[in-house]
Design a protein around this ligand. Structure first.
Ligand SMILES: [Zn+2]
Length: 81
């Protein structure tokens, strides 16, 4: 089964969330609608984030940043964490 890696900087724990739980998780963060609307972009490359290319979630203060699944972007997140 494919796992999607979600990273939160706040607790420095990598969270592995099953696809089925992703929507629930995004809703709990209050960002589910943003992702569906195309308003959310990758923190590093600026690509529009969808549920298909979302790889990481990085809380920054009261903001939540998203990172796409390009290897070059994922590497930056892992460096930050
Ligand atoms: Zn990116």
């Amino acid at each position: 089964m494919w796992l999607r890696k979600l990273i939160t900087k706040r607790d420095a724990n990598m969270k592995f969330v099953f696809d089925n739980d992703l929507e629930k998780y995004l809703r709990s963060l209050g960002v589910l609608e943003d992702i569906g609307s195309g308003r959310t972009t990758c923190r590093y490359c600026g690509d529009v984030i969808s549920k298909n290319n979302l790889m990481a979630i990085v809380p920054e203060g009261s903001d939540i940043k998203f990172v796409c699944n390009k290897p070059s972007c994922v590497q930056k997140v892992e460096y930050v964490v």
